[in-house]
Design a protein around this ligand. Structure first.
Ligand SMILES: Cc1cc2nc3c(=O)[nH]c(=O)nc-3n(C[C@H](O)[C@H](O)[C@H](O)COP(=O)(O)O)c2cc1C
Length: 365
C-alpha cells in the first residue's frame, strides 16, 4: 500500500490502523534547532480526540503523544521526528458483522477489491483514526510556521442546512475573536447562535440514527508572500490535495471559489494599493494566492465533508458473494465529523505550508 507520505522537503509519513497497537507519524526534513512543545501538539490532539463532547464518537482514546526520535533537550536535531500514539480503547468485536459485508459509502468494497484482503476492525487503515497521526505531525509543522509568523485557524461554517458566512473577501480576518467563540462551543462555529442551531441539528440527526456533513473554513493569517510554486506545485493545488486526502472530504475551494464563477471581472478583481509601504489588495477574492503563489494577503479556503457513512439505521448492501444483506451501524461512530475535523484541516494545511516555507528558501540567491 503506497502513498502514505505527503510533502517534498518537509515530508510526513503516517502509519498504523484503527485497531493495531499504535498509530504514528514520521516527520522528515524539519530543520534542526526548532524548540518543540509537546504540550502544544497534545492540545491539538485533544481537539481531535473522540469522546470530547456529546457530539462526537464515544471511543475513549487519551491520544497521549510520545516522541521517540529527533528531539534532544527540547529541540529538533534535524533527524526524523517519530510521533507515536497508542490505540487503547479497541472493541474489534463491534466490527465482526462487517467481515464479509460492504458498508455503503465506506472504503470496504474498494480496499478489498484493490488489495484482496481487508482489516475490517474499525476500518483498518481507512479509519479516520489515521488522522490523529496527521494532527501530531501538523503540530510540528505549526511550530515551524510560527517561527515565520504564519498562523492557521479553522472553523465550522456549515452543518447540514445551517451556515454562517465569514466576510473574508472584503474584511480582514478576526482570528482571535472567532476562535474565542468557536473553541468555546462543541461544534467549533465562530458564531455562537449559529453554533446552537448546528448543535441542535446534529442532536436531531443522531436521535434519528442519521448523520450530517458540512463545511470547514480555514484561514492562514498572517501569511507571507512568495509561498507556492508554479506550475504543478501551486499552493492551492497542494492545499486541495492535502484536504482531499482527509477522510470524508468531498470538496475544496479557495478565495471566491465556485461562487466567483458567477461574478463580473470588474467586481472580482483585487485592486492593488500601497498600504504605507506594503503592497496589498483592497479585496481578497483571490484568497491570498495568485499564480499559485501567496501575495501576502490572508489565504482562505473551504473544505466540504460528506455525512458520515455509518448510520444507526438499517441499510441494504451486499456481501462478498454479492448476496443481498441488511446491516445496521454498530460500534462508536461520529454523527457529524465537523468539530473533530477542524484540527485535522489545520494540521494538513500546516504540513503543506511548512513544506512550501522550506521550498521557498531555495527559490533564489
Ligand atoms: C474526524 C473523522 C471522524 C470520522 N468518523 C467516522 C465514523 O465514526 N464512522 C464512519 O463511518 N466514518 C467516519 N469518518 C469517515 C470515514 O473515515 C470515511 O468516510 C471512510 O474512510 C471512507 O472514505 P471517504 O469518505 O473519504 O471516501 C470520519 C472521518 C473523520 C474526518
Amino acid at each position: 500500500m503506497a502513498s502514505n507520505s505527503i510533502g517534498q522537503v518537509f515530508r510526513v509519513t503516517t502509519f498504523g490502523e484503527s485497531h493495531g497497537p499504535v498509530i504514528g507519524a514520521v516527520v522528515d526534513g524539519c530543520p534542526a534547532g526548532l524548540p518543540l512543545s509537546v504540550e502544544a501538539i497534545q492540545q491539538d490532539l485533544n481537539r481531535r480526540r473522540p469522546g470530547q463532547s456529546a457530539l462526537t464518537s464515544p471511543r475513549n482514546e487519551a491520544d497521549r503523544v510520545q516522541i521517540v526520535s529527533g528531539i534532544f533537550e527540547g529541540r529538533t536535531t534535524g533527524a526524523p521526528i517519530a510521533l507515536l500514539l497508542a490505540n487503547e480503547d479497541i472493541r474489534s468485536a463491534d466490527y465482526n458483522h462487517l467481515q464479509n459485508t460492504y458498508r455503503p459509502s465506506h472504503a470496504d468494497y474498494t480496499y478489498e477489491t484493490k488489495y484482496g484482503l481487508r482489516d475490517h476492525r474499525g476500518g483498518g487503515r481507512s479509519s479516520a483514526r489515521a488522522t490523529a497521526a496527521l494532527v501530531a505531525a501538523g503540530g510540528v509543522a505549526k511550530q515551524l510556521l510560527a517561527t515565520a509568523d504564519i498562523r492557521i485557524a479553522a472553523f465550522v461554517t456549515q452543518v447540514g442546512s445551517e451556515s454562517v458566512s465569514l466576510p473574508l473577501a472584503t474584511d480582514p480576518p478576526q482570528l482571535d475573536a472567532w476562535l474565542a467563540v468557536s473553541e468555546a462551543n462543541a461544534i467549533r462555529c465562530p458564531d455562537a447562535e449559529a453554533a446552537d442551531r448546528m448543535i441542535a441539528l446534529v442532536e436531531e440527526a443522531r436521535s434519528a440514527g442519521d448523520t450530517l456533513g458540512g463545511i470547514i473554513t480555514a484561514v492562514i493569517d498572517p501569511c507571507p508572500p512568495a509561498l507556492g510554486e508554479p506550475l504543478f506545485g501551486k499552493l492551492q493545488a497542494d492545499l486541495a490535495h492535502a484536504m482531499l486526502c482527509i477522510n470524508a472530504v468531498h470538496g475544496f475551494d479557495y478565495g471566491s471559489g465556485f461562487a466567483g464563477a458567477s461574478r463580473y471581472g470588474s467586481e472580482h478583481n483585487d485592486v492593488f494599493f500601497n498600504d504605507q509601504g506594503t503592497i496589498r489588495t483592497r479585496t481578497n477574492y483571490s484568497g491570498g494566492i495568485q499564480g499559485g503563489i501567496t501575495n501576502g494577503m490572508p489565504v482562505y479556503f473551504r473544505v466540504a465533508f460528506k455525512p458520515v457513512a455509518t448510520l444507526m439505521q438499517v441499510q441494504t448492501s451486499v456481501d462478498r458473494e454479492g448476496e443481498p444483506v441488511t446491516l445496521e451501524g454498530r460500534g462508536r461512530h461520529d454523527p457529524c465529523v465537523l468539530p473533530r475535523a477542524v484540527p485535522i484541516v489545520e494540521a494538513a494545511a500546516a504540513i503543506v505550508l511548512a513544506d512550501h516555507l522550506l521550498r521557498s528558501r531555495m527559490a533564489r540567491i
